[in-house]
Design a protein around this ligand. Structure first.
Ligand SMILES: NC(=O)c1ccc[n+]([C@@H]2O[C@H](COP(=O)([O-])OP(=O)(O)OC[C@H]3O[C@@H](n4cnc5c(N)ncnc54)[C@H](OP(=O)(O)O)[C@@H]3O)[C@@H](O)[C@H]2O)c1
Length: 292
């Protein structure tokens, strides 16, 4: 078994981005790419994700801004913030950190983002372009998964990829990317969800198994074909007596059981998490280069 080391690969990509920022922006007297995040409420996970994204921006020489609002903000007020960012020429691209509080119309907010600044790739215009194989911002986690497969030269053409979970941000877009007529696509894809019957009989057929369920330790060795490639998107903070912090991170895959059976596997943490952050930076760079 070999680890698909998202921390290592994302570090390499950050170095490449930092070089581009220097060469194409700073050395030419242009401002560095500037990306922003809108953060609503006090959800600790959202705060920690945004802090991680700010840190990554600093590492590659981007300018970053965070617009923080209390959870009571209305959809109308948040809409005004999005309009302001759409029109601010200083900002190349921005994200609205999800999930938003339940009273906010999330789709209305996403659809109001200028597609040219939608570096999360969640706007229907970007998702539609992705479907058609046109240049667009790809959603960060699926983009990170494809990039990791590409950097490890794991062939997807003609392979059976099984994706567990059909969320709009992970499962559905990654299933589309893998089945596209494109390099690191051309796979035969099966997409599973909560109405799928006898899931283990399907996962055992997977050459490449991508797990994005949000269910800790769901995938065990009996569900995996020998020498499969296993990508674990899930991330769960679980209490642990033997760590200084008192917790550790685990994925949707039972790593200890599955690692001995597969050919490649992503660790949690250090797999898809850092690839997601670096994919957002890649989208930020595209936005600053006006490529979309
Ligand atoms: N590492 C990262 O950067 C990153 C990024 C995004 C998400 N994540 C993590 O990835 C996981 C998934 O996130 P998400 O946003 O895609 O989740 P989500 O929106 O909750 O979607 C979960 C999907 O899994 C399906 N599902 C759940 N339980 C199932 C079961 N027992 N059997 C079959 N299908 C089941 C659901 O089916 P239905 O559609 O039928 O309900 C749904 O399609 C979470 O742990 C999340 O924290 C990590």
């Amino acid at each position: 078994m070999k680890l698909l080391d998202g921390k290592l690969i994302s570090g390499q990509i950050k170095t490449e981005i930092a070089e581009t920022v220097k060469r194409d922006f700073l050395d030419k007297g242009r401002n560095a790419p500037h990306i922003a995040a809108v953060l609503v409420g006090d959800d600790p996970a959202s705060h920690s994700y945004v802090t991680g994204k700010e840190k990554a921006c600093r590492e590659v020489g981007f300018i970053s801004s965070v617009y923080r609002y209390p959870s009571q903000i209305t959809t109308e007020k948040l809409s005004e913030v999005v309009t302001f960012l759409n029109n601010d020429p200083e900002i190349d691209g921005f994200i609205v950190q999800l999930p938003l509080p339940a009273h906010i119309d999330e789709q209305k907010i996403i659809q109001q983002i200028d597609p040219c600044k939608d570096i999360d790739g969640f706007h229907p215009a970007n998702l539609g372009k992705m479907m058609l194989g046109l240049p667009s911002y790809l959603p960060a986690t699926p983009f990170g998964i494809i990039t990791l497969l590409e950097r490890y030269q794991i062939e997807t053409r003609g392979k059976h990829c099984v994706v567990l979970g059909r969320s709009h941000i992970v499962g559905t877009p990654v299933s589309i990317l893998l089945s596209r007529k494109a390099s690191f696509g051309n796979a035969t894809v099966t997409l599973c969800h909560s109405f799928t019957t006898d899931m283990p009989s399907i996962t055992r057929q997977a050459d490449i198994l991508i797990v994005a369920l949000g269910k800790q330790g769901f995938v065990t060795d009996e569900m995996v074909k020998k020498d499969a490639v296993v990508i674990d998107v899930g991330i769960h903070r679980v209490p642990a007596d033997d760590t200084r912090s008192g917790f550790r991170y685990q994925g949707d895959v039972d790593f200890d059981k599955v690692a001995g059976k597969c050919s490649f596997i992503t660790p949690v943490p250090g797999g898809i998490g850092p690839m997601t952050v670096v994919s957002l930076l890649q989208n930020g760079l595209k936005a600053a280069q006006k490529e979309v």
